[in-house]
Design a binder for this molecule. Structure first.
Ligand SMILES: [Zn+2]
Length: 118
């Protein structure tokens, strides 16, 4: 079986990983931090500003931040089949746990399990 190298859609490095369903962009640590910082500075519950339960009627968001949030939302929620390398998947999983599963004790269940299709 020859090494069938493809290109990671996120970092453009060669990888032998099979296709998975993934967003157009990985979670961006600097942007997640920006959301956290904005919420802390303005004393806003992160859930109100960002995520499934967000309610922008309850917060006053500056226009530039609103535009960035909308763009980021679009990128991380448009999922399609693409090849993502293992380091990218691990990093994305790490950030997911850090920013979206803060109360999650063990990451065992979230461990990336990808069948080798080759
Ligand atoms: Zn990658």
């Amino acid at each position: 079986m020859g090494r069938n190298l493809r290109t990671c859609a996120w970092c453009y490095k060669p990888t032998s990983m099979p296709e998975v369903f993934a967003a157009d962009t990985p979670l961006l640590e600097w942007f997640e931090d920006r959301i956290d910082t904005y919420c802390k500075t303005n004393n806003i519950d992160r859930k109100i500003l960002w995520g499934a339960e967000s309610d922008w009627n309850k917060v006053d968001i500056p226009e530039d931040l609103e535009a960035e949030l909308l763009t980021y939302d679009e990128l991380v929620s448009s999922v399609s089949r693409k090849v993502i390398c293992s380091p990218c998947l691990k990093q994305d999983n790490k950030l997911w746990i850090k920013y979206y599963n803060k109360d999650f004790d063990s990451d065992d269940d979230l461990e990336i399990k990808i069948e080798d299709l080759s």
